[in-house]
Each structure stands twice: as structure tokens, then as C-alpha cells.
Design a protein around this ligand. Sequence first.
Ligand code: MG
Ligand code: ZN
Length: 220
Amino acid sequence: MEIDLSRPILARNEALADKNRARLATSGVFALDVLASPGAGKTTTILATIGLLREKLRIAVIEGDIASKVDAEKVKAHGIPAVQINTGGACHLEADMISRALDALPLDDLDLVIVENVGNLVCPTEFDLGQGARIVILSVPEGDDKPLKYPGIFAQADAVLLNKVDAASFFDFDETAFVDSVRRLNGAAPIFRMSAKTGEGVGEWAAWLEARVAESHVAH
Ligand code: MG
Ligand code: ZN
């Protein structure tokens, strides 16, 4: 007989995630969970997205990292409220961490909270945070085979962002193979080609996000 120790932890997390979801809905806030490997460009993508949406939406950011507050400082430097969560070693965010971060934000004065999860393509997938949507960012230098190696996150994502397309000529990235792999796992998620650095494609992605936020307001 095998005992699955992860089950009670995940069940407890699920209950707390549902509480977060209810609380966010009450305040009319849409939460976006951003997953990617370290170095894929999560913070840069978040800042580029905020640059396009900040006149239309009231935005805050929750930064998850094992250590440091570098990313929260970067976001705050743009005049956007940010809360840093240091997991102290844990390689993913959990719903109770988000609950405490939400305590520090003026939820009734916000439309969108962007959560930058810890850089990791594996276990953040297992932990619901109470988000309205979850996206995965893959950058060109990481290679087109990542959906084959980390199918869980690509199957679950509501949108897939292919970042650093401006660097495509320096890498052997087979974009057709990448899109085919994603499509085998996930028929529904839009795939956005973009470069957070040059701004290419960020508008299409930001428009999708803006529409999701608007839909969530209609739904409540
Ligand atoms: Mg970051
Ligand atoms: Zn983890």
C-alpha cells in the first residue's frame, strides 16, 4: 500500500484557494498566475504588460521568490503596488501565502493582481492559488522541447506566451514543433509570440488579458 502524503496538503491548499477566489470576486479583482522557468522573462513580461494596461486597469503585483525582494522593488519603481513573498526555500507559491499577500493590498481599489510564481515549471502547477487564469511563459533560449518535458503546465495553461522571439535567429528553436507540442496537450490556449524586451506581440497578449478581466467583471 502506498500513502500519498501530498494529498492532504493539496486538499488544504484547495480549500484556501477557494477562499482567495471568493474574496477576489467580492472585491471585483481578477488574479493572474504567471508560471515559467527562472530567466524566461516573467518580471520583464509583467512590466511590459503593465505598461500597456495601467491606464485602463488598477493593477498590483505579488512577487514570489525563494529569496530577495529584487523583483518587487523593480515593480514598485514603476509606481505599481507590489508585495514580495519569500518562500524561504519552497519552489512554489501556496494559497495561504497569497492570502497573506492579499491582506497587504487595497483590493477594493484594484482590478487586476498579477502573481509572479517562483521560477519552476513543475510543482506550481499542483497548487491552486485562487487565480482567475494561469499562464506559462516559455522563452526561445529554453528550447522547443519543453512542452514534451513539462506537459502538466502546458496542458493546464489558459494562455502560452513564447517570449524572446527577437532572439530566434541565435537559437535552433523549431516554432512549428513547439506549437504542435502545445496543441497536442492543450487545444484551447492561445499562443502569443512576443518579446517583452522589444514590445513585439505584447499588445495582442495584453488585449487577451484585458478581455479576461472584463469578462470576470460581467460574471459577478
Ligand atoms: Mg522575476
Ligand atoms: Zn515546489
